[in-house]
Design a protein around this ligand. Structure first.
Ligand code: ATP
Ligand code: MG
Length: 443
């Protein structure tokens, strides 16, 4: 028995009371049966959109998807999508059905859904409706297309990404005919809108089985990010690495917390390496300047996938600095806290730990990184100064001393900050002003 959230249960009751069929359907039923928290709840109904609107007379509704049969009703302040039983017409562009047709048959609605585990409906009185073997596939942890896989992937190529995304997220495997077909039609992903691909990519990267999915499907991911492909099988020829660049990447993605920014950073952190590879006389590999190249490549890849500016900036900075040498020295740590903000600094340390975890364990640096993290926490706990905002003097104080309010002012503040960070001057007004006076000529 599935515990429906109360607005979902009430919406179904209300539609039933008006003489229509209604079921909770799709991912929410799949996740409930797996004991996972559903991302969203969907209701499918025999009522046509105008009829649904009439049933929810007096409730706020949003008509955004109405041509496709979807009415969003706001119940208890939460949006709930209610979609009319629907048959998707033919797909001539592998993206959008040319036309949708409403139907009175739940089974026909379930038949348009991508995988059998997503084609389950549930009614609180009558239980699960399973027309395509979805419950058995759920037990087997198997992703199988509803109907002919070739047809399903050519209709809507996004399903290729959804397939490997669910494999990663749910730790499922692809049923063999589904997998063959998925690989065959991966090139159709080129036709799919970047935003839709991005959403699936992020969910894939944040999934439990991300490492094995990355390792098994480079050719699929290469449809979104062709820049990944030269990493596959690329032997690094350095003692620090025991994996090729792509294996190292996959390993490092799995080694970091599953937030989108961190997982994307690991996916892309070495993307420029194949372009910067040289071998010296001793046969040792080098990747001089690969950080800069990787950053340039990320500047192309991330906007292409329509990531937002904030996310892009964060990833660029983490990719740029992932290879810097950090040591457990207070002044150095404070400079990085200042440059990256504490949040950015701790993210960088996560990146370095994950990168390190995916390298040759003979060169394990994690103990040193942990010490650095510890020291950074202590600096923050002691509320020590590492940025202009916590410096005990500001621009106005310097103007009072007669320093002109121009570029020099900013430079002087920076010099004072560095003096405090280096322990050459205490962070109080008096000491700072005195330091400023005595160094005035040199400043
Ligand atoms: P999530 O956990 O990300 O919400 P989901 O399976 O619920 O995964 P939704 O995008 O919420 O995905 O879609 C709800 C349902 O609609 C799916 O479970 C599936 O039945 C159907 N569906 C969604 N996208 C497609 C598609 N591209 N092709 C066929 N059916 C789809
Ligand atoms: Mg969903």
């Amino acid at each position: 028995k599935i515990q429906l959230p109360s607005p979902v249960g009430r919406a179904i009751e209300r539609l039933n009371a008006a003489g229509y069929e209604a079921y909770a359907v799709g991912g929410c039923i799949r996740d409930s049966l797996l004991g996972r928290m559903p991302e969203d709840w969907d209701v499918t109904t025999s009522a046509e959109p105008e009829q649904t609107k009439a049933v929810f007379n007096g409730v706020p509704v949003i008509e955004t998807g109405i041509q496709h049969g979807t009415v969003t009703v706001i119940l208890d302040g939460q949006p709930l999508e209610i979609t009319t039983y629907r048959i998707d017409g033919s797909y001539s562009d592998s993206r959008h059905p040319d036309a949708v047709r409403f139907t009175r048959s739940l089974k026909e609605d379930l038949a348009r859904r991508d995988f059998t585990v997503n084609a389950l409906a549930y009614h609180p009185d009558t239980g699960i409706v399973d027309c395509f073997g979805g419950t058995e596939d759920l037990r087997q942890k198997s992703l199988r297309c509803v109907g002919d896989p070739d047809k399903r992937f050519t209709e809507d190529a996004l399903r290729v990404m959804r397939g490997i995304r669910f494999a990663s997220q749910l730790s499922f495997s692809l049923e063999s005919a589904t997998e063959v077909s998925l690989r065959r039609y991966a090139p159709l992903l080129q036709k799919v809108a970047a935003e839709r691909l991005r959403t699936e990519l992020v969910k894939l990267l944040c999934g439990e089985q991300v490492e094995s999915v990355l390792l098994r499907f480079p050719a699929v991911l290469g449809q979104l990010i062709p820049e990944l492909l030269p990493m596959v099988g690329f032997d690094q020829q350095t003692p620090y690495h025991i994996y090729d660049i792509y294996e190292h990447t996959a390993h490092s993605v799995a080694a970091i917390k599953n937030t989108p920014v961190l997982r994307l950073t690991m996916l892309l952190h070495d993307i420029g390496k194949p372009r910067r590879f040289t071998v010296d006389k001793k046969g040792q590999g080098h990747f001089k300047g690969h950080g800069t190249v990787s950053v340039h490549m990320c500047q192309e890849i991330l906007p292409r996938l329509r990531f937002d500016k904030r996310t892009i900036e964060r990833i660029l900075s983490l990719v740029k600095y992932h290879d810097v040498d950090l040591e457990p020295r207070e002044a150095l740590i404070k400079r990085w806290l200042n440059r990256l903000t504490p949040e950015g600094f701790f993210q960088l340390m996560e990146v370095k730990l994950a990168d390190n975890a995916a390298q040759n364990p003979l060169y394990d640096r994690s103990a040193s990184y942990r010490e650095i993290i510890q020291m950074a926490h202590e600096i923050l706990d002691r509320k020590e100064c590492f940025s202009l905002s916590s410096l005990a003097v500001n621009g106005d104080d310097l103007i009072e001393m007669g320093i002109p309010a121009d570029k020099e002012l900013g430079e002087t503040l920076q010099i004072l900050l560095q003096a405090v960070i280096d322990g050459k001057c205490k962070n109080d007004r008096e000491s700072l002003l005195e330091y400023c006076q005595s160094h005035r000529q040199n400043l």
